[in-house]
Design a protein around this ligand. Structure first.
Ligand code: ARG
Ligand code: ZN
Length: 466
């Protein structure tokens, strides 16, 4: 055909132009596609996420049996090829993979560590939309991290599962592009024993259906979400549903051990969500709320629309923190883990703002209390602007991150500072962000040169002068 002749001509001409070393190889690759990279390009987590494609939607059909801990899943993933792809990777930890198909045609696959490599029957063209279907089953194996992450992922509990996945535990329950740089919408269809409740992100799309001794819950998160914020927490739960005074749908759920916390969790979550709407800009999701499970995780996680509290009754400060993450972390997600202070520093500063709002403290007093810490304290030895992969959630990322914002507020004044927060959330709503973008915006709105302030607070060890 004319096309083949054109391709042959192109090969011939590029061979003549460039010499044999690259002239022959390149056009051939373009015809067959290349392998997508096994990582998305975050050098601190080189195998997290994947290259070569972008996911737009996950449809997860899951069956979970607490007594046997067995999870049966079918994941259908809609994506777009960002390059010609002869093969591509998904992240999946554990499980036996049954079948994989691409656009309905059987695909071959192989597995190495948490990399599931898929080879479609025919290469995918750059720019084409495709879907991948993966059937898998087994007992989920949560991640147990030796540094400061503890246990995370899909964690079986006696009555269900506690599902909190930051930073990279989504792979313990579904195959995907497990990195916050690739956000997508989600549909969940979760079948559990009758009497258990499955709580995923977003909204129920219908009434739970019981047939025999199984109940199916269908949830939809219609806004883009990072994989680590996805949840399918299962167990016996008491629920309270309604709307916040400001009109946002709200759901609180507690394990029966926390019955006495249900109303408090519901009311505080509603009140705080409404208040953050006035400070950070309109609430970005379709509902708010919180879940207390009886699994002692030692942490809470800001799961999109449904923060999860691991075995404790959260105080106002923690609820204020997790709900602030709905803007900082969830609507605006980091592009690289090293910028984690954009999540944790902001959510911690929100705790200080909440105390100020309630009249129980001032952000100045919070700042001073930390500022007095001795020189050997982690906040002075660990500059928070570059979170370390081996110590990602160091308290400096939280507390000195918050101090950075307080120092910024002092430098640019209250009016510009609060305008900056709202401009930041609106300009990057549902997107991905970097520290450089925040610095640029702060300089643009204030008209000030802020390099020294950000450099000393975020990137240099030692206690900055004030
Ligand atoms: N982002 C959570 C918070 O609000 C912390 C998550 C910690 N993750 C972990 N695997 N320990 O503070
Ligand atoms: Zn946090």
């Amino acid at each position: 055909t004319n096309r083949q002749v054109a391709v042959l001509l192109a090969i011939l001409m590029s061979t003549l132009a460039c010499g044999p070393s690259e002239g022959v190889a390149r056009p051939v690759e373009r015809l067959s596609g290349q392998a997508g990279a096994p990582g998305i390009g975050d050098s601190d987590f080189p195998l997290d996420g994947n290259g070569g494609y972008d996911v737009s939607h996950y449809a997860l059909k899951l069956g979970y049996t607490p007594s046997s801990r067995r999870l049966d899943g079918v994941a259908t993933i809609q994506a777009t090829a960002k390059q010609g792809l002869s093969q591509f990777n998904l992240d999946l930890k554990g499980f036996k993979v049954g079948e994989v198909s691409v656009d309905g045609a059987a695909a071959t696959f192989s597995r190495t560590g948490h990399e599931l490599t898929v080879t479609p029957a025919a290469p995918l063209r750059q720019g084409s939309a495709f879907n991948v279907k993966v059937a898998y089953a087994g007992v989920p194996q949560p991640v147990v991290d030796s540094s400061n992450l503890g246990r995370y992922g899909f964690i079986p509990t006696p009555d269900g599962a506690f599902v909190a996945c930051e930073p990279n535990g989504a792979r313990t329950w579904f195959p995907g592009n497990d990195h916050p740089a690739d956000k997508a919408t989600f549909d969940f269809e979760i079948t559990v024993p009758k009497g258990a409740t499955a709580l995923a992100n977003g909204e129920l799309t219908g009434k739970p259906q019981t047939s025999g001794d199984l109940t199916t819950f269908k949830w939809r998160e219609a806004h883009p979400m990072a994989t680590y914020l996805a949840t399918a927490t299962v167990g016996r739960f008491q629920l309270r549903e309604g709307k916040t005074p400001g009109g946002i749908r709200a759901l609180a759920a507690v394990d029966p051990k926390f019955t006495r916390s249900l109303d408090k969790l519901y009311k505080l979550s509603a009140e705080i969500t409404d208040y953050w709407g006035t400070v950070f800009g309109r609430y970005p999701f379709s509902s708010t709320g919180g879940v207390i499970d009886d699994f002692t995780a030692g942490y809470a996680l800001e799961n999109q629309t449904k923060p999860l509290y691991g075995g404790f009754d959260p105080g106002e400060d923690i609820i204020a923190h997790e709900l602030a993450h709905q803007w900082f972390g969830n609507s605006l997600s980091i592009e690289r883990w090293r910028d984690l202070w954009l999540n944790e520093g902001f959510a911690t500063y929100a705790e200080w703002l909440w105390a100020e709002h309630k009249g129980t403290g001032t952000s100045d007093a919070s700042f001073r209390a930390f500022y007095e810490r001795p020189a050997k304290d982690p906040i002075w030895t660990y500059p928070p602007g570059r979170a370390k992969p081996s110590d990602l959630f160091n308290e400096s990322v939280y507390n000195r991150g918050a101090m950075t914002l307080h120092a910024l507020r002092g430098a640019i004044g209250d009016e510009t500072f609060f305008k900056l927060l709202k401009t930041w959330t609106s300009e990057h709503q549902y997107g991905n962000v970097t520290t450089e973008q925040f610095v640029t915006l702060a300089e643009r709105l204030s008209g000030k040169q802020l390099d020294t302030l950000f450099d000393t607070w975020l990137f240099q060890p030692g206690r900055p002068a004030i």
